[in-house]
Every structure is written in structure tokens, then in C-alpha cells.
Design a protein around this ligand. Structure first.
Ligand code: CTP
Ligand code: MG
Length: 417
């Protein structure tokens, strides 16, 4: 039996950094795409099959704002139990209030999430629950730090560069088996600690081991006025849950087509190879005009092949400086957009990676998750395999990596077919 998971959404903050004298409601109740931010956040969990109940921690003054947010959700209760709890002065105290409310009816896992992150996606939630299913004590959705980091010794002066290897920016959800995180929170409160700004910080303090899962740069926290503007723009670009309903179902699309893709990139000295959108530490990197993600390139070619729409080079010529260093998920998003324009959807991806090193086995599951996230499809529809070439040929001599992909798409038949 699959374990039951609850979402605990903290929404009791006052949103002081986004205060507006003309529009006093806290940020989680401000509107994005015409409805409260909290309603988007609730929808992400209401629409997730593994979430059985949702406790929203609200401020005592906000009951009617909360009711309006629930009314504005697209999914309604969707068969799930919806609870509220009254929050405290700090985020940590609000989380504890939510955990106590959940303790009454019980659950196996809890995913603690900021109301102010309405862009949490199904693959991010899947990733957190998958690690709990595998026995993790704590799971942090996070994204690698991409900007170069500086520490200023005096205000704005005497800058020092900080090595960003191994640095991650924490997001939510932060997910835990229920009983241990409740115990950890009670222990922190007993110890007079009320200032943990996130739950994995508190869990680490309590001696729990926290694992990383894939966050998403799109899953940002709305904190400032600029963030609110970004959310309005992003809501138009990122397919949010309510729009997913308008996608044709796979079962309605009878024209099944397959494309193949193949790509090779050579090694050069470096620290990381990017495979299927995932950074893998290695003593080499892949050479290329873009980020040289050989796996995504093979998948994009296979996707374009399945719809008979040229290849990656015909849409993104390597001579074009615009694609220098480009992150290859852009290419795949473009191919998916072309497929969507035809009324079709991706049905399955199968990839084989050919190399002696790095070893793919330990990263296989993470690559699958990442590809599922990039392609907005369930992880069960993505397969990642790897092989060596028995030390033969260029891959055998460790000169580079090759990838082969087969992508199945489903399209509507044309009227006369
Ligand atoms: N939160 C909460 N209870 C608190 C403080 C914060 O439930 N006492 C929630 C917020 O509603 C938000 C999340 O924790 O969803 C993250 O906090 P933050 O972004 O800091 O929100 P606010 O505290 O509301 O904003 P600000 O710090 O700008 O006042
Ligand atoms: Mg705050």
C-alpha cells in the first residue's frame, strides 16, 4: 500500500516586503491570473493523486480571505480533506500549528510548502514523495546555485568570490515522514528555538538526514513587488494545472509516431557534464556550442523526427551566437511546442547513453526525474539506459559521450486518414 501524504501550506505570514497601502491583504491573497495566489498553490496539491489531505495554516484575521481562495480553486476539494490551523508569529510556529492539526487525523508523510510558491509543479511534488517512498528522513526541493557568489567584507566593498560547487538554493516543498518531523518541531519549541526559517534547517538541527530532490527555478517564492510582476508573466508561460485539463488525453490521440535521435559530444577538461538537464560531477565536460547536453539533443532530434519537422540544427543553427552556452531544455521545449501546435503530446521517451565514464547508474533515476520535469510528463513514461561500448571506439577511449533516443508521440489523425 502506498503511504498517505498530506500537504501543509503555510499562509499565516503578513507579507511585509510586499505591502501596499492601497491593497492591504497579505501577498498569498493577492491575485495572479485573476485569482488569489493561495488558490494556485492549493490547486497544485489538490490535483496531485498522492496528496490525501491539505492543512492550510492561516492568520486568525484571514478566515474569509482563505474561504475566497478555496472558492477560486479549479479543482475544488477533489475528494481531499481540507483543514485549517491558526498560525503563529514565526513561520516555524505556523508549521508546528499545522503539524499539530494533522496529528489529530494522522498521515504517513507531510510536504511542507510556502503558500507564496504557487508554481510548484507535479514533477517537483512527485520527486519529493519518491524520495520519501525510498525511505528518506527529510527531502529538500532545491536548485543548484547558478550565479557566481560574492561576499562583501564591508558594505558593498572588498568582494570575495565564494566557490559555488555543491551549493543549492532551498525551496519548498520540504518533505518528511510525519512523526519524526513533528517530534523535531516539538523539540525545537521546547528548546526555545522559534527562528528556523525552513524545516530542513530544523530537521538537521534535530539530527535528521536531509536529501535533495529536484526543485525548479520556476518554483520561486513571491516576496517582492517585482516577484508579483514576474508571476503574472510566468503564469502565461508555464502550463499551470488548470490548463493541463485542456490538453488532449493520450487515449484520444490515435496516430502514434516514433522518431529517433542520435548525438555525440567530445570531452574537454572540466568539472561537470550535463546529461538530460542534470549536472553530473566529472573530471571532464562536454564540448559544444550550447551546454552540450548530448541526451537532450538526441531527445529533441527524436521529437522533431516524430513530427517530421527537421532537426535541432535546422531550428537552432550552431552558427547562431544566440544559442552559445544555451541550456538545452530550450530546444526540447521548442520541439514540444511544435508538437503541441499539431495537437499532439509526448507519449514516451527512451534513451541510451553510451560512455565508459561517468557512471550513469547512480544518476539514472535523477536523470529520469529531470527529463520528466523538462518534458512535463510522468516519470513512468521516461526511460534512461546506459551502456559502455566495451572500450571500443571513441566512447570506449573515453573521448566523448554518445546518446540515442527514441521518442513516441501521439497525434490526432487528419480528417481524411
Ligand atoms: N508564514 C507563516 N507564518 C508566519 C510567517 C510566514 O505561515 N508567521 C508563511 C508565509 O505566509 C509564506 C511562507 O511562510 O507563505 C514564507 O514566508 P515569507 O515569504 O517570509 O512570507 P511573509 O512572512 O508573509 O513575508 P515577509 O517576510 O515579507 O513579511
Ligand atoms: Mg517572513
Amino acid at each position: 500500500m502506498k503511504k498517505t501524504a498530506a500537504a501543509l501550506i503555510v499562509a499565516a505570514g503578513r507579507g511585509t516586503r510586499l505591502s501596499d497601502p492601497d491593497n492591504r491583504e497579505p501577498k498569498q491573497y493577492k491575485h495572479v491570473a485573476g485569482r488569489p495566489i493561495l488558490s494556485h498553490t492549493l490547486d497544485a496539491f489538490l490535483n496531485h493523486p498522492r496528496i490525501a489531505k491539505i492543512v492550510t495554516v492561516i492568520h486568525a484575521d484571514d478566515a474569509s480571505l482563505y474561504d475566497a481562495a478555496v472558492d477560486a480553486t479549479h479543482f475544488g476539494a477533489n475528494g481531499k480533506e481540507l483543514l485549517t490551523a491558526i498560525g503563529g508569529d514565526t513561520r516555524q510556529q505556523s508549521v508546528l500549528a499545522g503539524l499539530k492539526a494533522l496529528a489529530i487525523t494522522g498521515c504517513d508523510f507531510v510536504l511542507i510548502h510556502d503558500a507564496a510558491r504557487p508554481f510548484v509543479s507535479e514533477p517537483v511534488i512527485d520527486g519529493s514523495i519518491a524520495k520519501l517512498d525510498e525511505g528518506a528522513e527529510g527531502v529538500l526541493a532545491a536548485v543548484p546555485v547558478v550565479d557566481t557568489l560574492k561576499r562583501s567584507e564591508e558594505a558593498g566593498r572588498q568582494l570575495r568570490t565564494i566557490d559555488r560547487t555543491g551549493l543549492w538554493a532551498a525551496q519548498t516543498p520540504q518533505a518528511f515522514p510525519f512523526e519524526p518531523i513533528l517530534k523535531a518541531h516539538l523539540k525545537a519549541a521546547d528548546a526555545g528555538r522559534h527562528d528556523f526559517t525552513d524545516d530542513t534547517g530544523l530537521a538537521e538541527w534535530a539530527g535528521m538526514t536531509v536529501e535533495l530532490s529536484h526543485g525548479d527555478p520556476a518554483n520561486f517564492k513571491i516576496t517582492t513587488r517585482q516577484d508579483l510582476a514576474r508571476a503574472e508573466t510566468q503564469v502565461k508561460q508555464v502550463p499551470m494545472t488548470q490548463e493541463d485539463q485542456t490538453r488532449p488525453r493520450l487515449s484520444e490521440l490515435s496516430d502514434v509516431r516514433t522518431g529517433i535521435g542520435y548525438d555525440v559530444h567530445a570531452f574537454e577538461p572540466g568539472e561537470t557534464v550535463i546529461l538530460g538537464g542534470l549536472d553530473i560531477p566529472h573530471n571532464m565536460k562536454l564540448k559544444g556550442h550550447s551546454d552540450a547536453d548530448v541526451v537532450l539533443h538526441a531527445i529533441t532530434d527524436a521529437t522533431l523526427g516524430a513530427i517530421g519537422d527537421g532537426d535541432i540544427g535546422s531550428h537552432f543553427p550552431p552558427s547562431d551566437p544566440e544559442w552559445k552556452g544555451a541550456s538545452s531544455d530550450k530546444f526540447q521545449h521548442d520541439a514540444i511546442e511544435r508538437l503541441t501546435q499539431l495537437g499532439g503530446r509526448l507519449a514516451h521517451i527512451d534513451v541510451t547513453i553510451v560512455c565508459e565514464e561517468p557512471k550513469i547508474g547512480p544518476h539514472r533515476q535523477d536523470i529520469r526525474q529531470r527529463l520528466a520535469q523538462i518534458c512535463d510528463m510522468p516519470v513512468e513514461r521516461v526511460s534512461v539506459k546506459a551502456t559502455t561500448s566495451e572500450r571500443l571506439g571513441f566512447t570506449g577511449r573515453k573521448e566523448g559521450i554518445a546518446a540515442l533516443a527514441s521518442v513516441t508521440v501521439r497525434l490526432p489523425f487528419a480528417k481524411n486518414e
